[in-house]
Design a protein around this ligand. Structure first.
Ligand SMILES: [Zn+2]
Length: 475
């Protein structure tokens, strides 16, 4: 039974979707005024993983991720670059989809853009005004925070906390400094739409409530995003959605921890960021995904070259085994029974893996635990092959199949061949090992051993078994 830590209650709760077998899942998308950085990629990757894991467990998942293609940041940047805001947003929305694909993140089922939902947003704001939760002031509309009794239930902040924090903000247009904008008036030359309050555009928070409810329904199962969105963004989403319908907006709120650089949050404003597309020039998508999944999604995570290199070595280790099995020409035959005691034990061990993996992953999507099961399998399978020499080696292929199956929800270990080996590297190794074998045939043992030692110095381990020489890069 999957359990998820619900930010709304702070509890680890059993996951029970509203409709049996079906999950309605919303995750906040990007504001497309620039490329997204590798820290922004964390929610994209971890919630892509959770979506896949839910499907792995047999749920039907409908997933919505919005694109904020209308925002002050877009308008400001477009002004600076001397282009139309719509043009700028389109360019970076395209780049966003390109980068997601390069990271192995599957497209959401629904990808609503704010500019396509302005009419719905206007209707939604009108409904809030009618119910007394919002008011117009000189062409702008604000949400009346004090009117919503549950305000603060997600972030745990009280109106009094907020009041002291908001003291500095003086805004004569508002009844109360706590109130936030649902509709803004646009200045000359800025994107604007007709509304009952004059020409203008939606505020940021309202769009998510509208697009989530329009695509998935009044109450959804999971709402996710980075923990930096809890306040005010998600708090405001709840206020808008629940005051309109009188129903709960989202059953489970999930938040990922932030990516840090030397202890500080990675952010565009601090300038300590790197675009995801630049990191992808140095590391492949599986390395980046592994880097994220090796730490629990709620925890903070440090971005460093070393952590990425460690991730690359870990992914290599799995591919080395998959490659070893493939090179040995081992294939799993489902109806073939193991003959040896060792083989029988190994086979039943593999049968238990899926259950062990799910047990780990069910603990609040504990991906480090799930990966631990995969690595244990890699270790045991290598050992099984090393001890070799029996009829049951085909079971290594059974283990390899399981590794690929368990890697699937994380988007890992799905490639065909060892990605670290190939091309010239592979050919050179064949050449060297061929020459070394000639030396061995001539019983020139010293020279053959010298080659082995020199290769070891380069991080390449070779192994002679049954007249065959295998090699692998050390991790
Ligand atoms: Zn949002």
């Amino acid at each position: 039974m999957l359990k998820l830590r619900n930010s709304l209650t702070g509890e680890l709760e059993e996951f029970q979707p509203l409709e049996e077998g079906k999950v309605r899942f919303y995750s906040c998308g990007p504001t497309v005024y620039n490329f997204f950085h590798i820290g922004n990629a964390r929610p994209f990757i971890v919630f892509d993983g959770l979506r896949r894991y839910l499907q792995f467990k047999g749920f039907e998942v409908e997933f919505t991720q919005n694109v904020t293609d209308l925002d002050d940041k877009i308008i400001n940047r477009a002004k600076k670059e001397g282009v139309e805001p719509g043009e700028l947003a389109k360019k970076y929305a395209d780049a966003y989809f390109e980068d997601l694909k390069a990271l192995g993140v599957r497209p959401a089922d629904n990808q609503p853009r704010v500019t396509e939902y302005v009419e719905e947003i206007v209707e939604y704001v009108e409904a809030l005004i009618e119910k007394g939760y919002a008011y117009e002031m000189a062409g702008e509309v604000f949400y009346r925070v004090r009117e919503f009794e549950d305000y603060g239930k997600l972030s745990g902040r009280t109106i009094d906390d907020l009041k002291s924090g908001a003291r500095v903000e003086v805004d004569v247009r508002k009844e109360d400094p706590l109130d936030f904008a649902l509709w803004k008036s646009s200045s000359e030359g800025e994107p604007s739409w007709d509304s009952p309050w004059g020409r203008g555009r939606p505020g940021w928070h309202i769009e998510c409530s509208v697009m989530a409810q329009k695509t998935l329904g009044d109450t959804i199962d999971i709402h996710a995003g980075g923990e930096d969105l809890i306040f005010p963004h998600h708090e405001n989403e709840i206020a808008q959605a629940e005051s309109r319908t009188g129903k709960q907006f989202a059953k489970y709120w999930l938040h990922n921890g932030l990516l840090k650089v030397k202890g500080e949050k990675m952010s565009k404003s601090l300038g300590n960021f790197e675009y995801a597309r630049d990191v992808l020039k140095r590391y492949d998508k599986e390395t980046i995904r592994y880097f994220y999944f090796a730490t629990h999604y709620r925890k903070p995570l440090n971005f460093s070259e070393k952590n990425l290199q460690d991730a690359a070595s870990a992914v290599d280790r799995v591919y080395e085994l998959l490659d070893r099995v493939e090179k040995a020409g081992l294939e799993y035959e489902a109806d073939k029974e193991p003959e040896t005691t060792g083989g029988k034990e190994f086979s039943s061990r593999i049968d238990d893996l899926r259950e062990e993996y799910e047990e780990e992953m069910d603990k609040d999507f504990n991906t480090p635990g799930g990966l631990g099961v995969i690595f244990e399998t890699v270790k045991e399978t290598n050992k099984f092959l090393d001890e070799g020499g029996n009829e049951d080696l085909f079971l290594a292929a059974k283990a390899a199949n399981v590794i690929r199956t368990l890697g699937k929800p994380l988007g890992l270990f799905q490639e065909e061949r060892n990605r670290s080996i190939g091309g010239l590297e592979e050919e050179l190794m064949e050449l060297i090992l061929g020459l070394r074998n000639d030396l061995r045939e001539k019983e020139e043992w010293d020279l053959a051993d010298e080659i082995r030692n020199q290769l070891r110095g380069l991080g390449v381990e070779i192994k002679d078994t049954e007249g065959e020489t295998n090699w692998r890069k050390k991790c």
